[in-house]
Design a protein around this ligand. Sequence first.
Ligand SMILES: [Zn+2]
Length: 172
Amino acid sequence: MIPVVAGLFGLVLGSFLNVLIHRVPLRQSIVWPSSRCPNCGVQIKSFDNIPMISYLVLRGKCRNCKVRISPRYPVVEVLTGLLFALAAYKFGLSLALLSALVLICALVALAGTDLEHRLLPNRIVAPAALVGFVLSMAGDPGSWWVYAVSVLGIAGGLFALALAYPGGMVNG
Ligand SMILES: [Zn+2]
């Protein structure tokens, strides 16, 4: 049951990470205004802002102007959800789980920002990820595979996305 709850929580948090990925490098507020279509500027209604579901329902397009929405949004949400569920499955309710979730969020945000804005060169992100990875493993050596899967999942998922949609990442 805990992994399911953690997975849903991850979906919602992934949605928030998307906001961070898009806005932090542009130095925009992360709490205001609410999400807008980057093309037509129309405010995205809360029922069109449900993690993953809305992207599927709208078939990846803005409801108003039909511009294509970056597949980064659902990918980040699903990835965060899956990794949260995995971590919860491994750690249960514990302090180790909390540190794993923080690490996952940090890595997803860094990788997504790197991809969308090309602002964080991989030579910065990769060592940061490595340090987090090593620290986490040092704290709980028996769970190395959870972190390994997380790092590979995030890196692989976003890399595949960048290959599949070379131009899609610029559409905040
Ligand atoms: Zn639009």
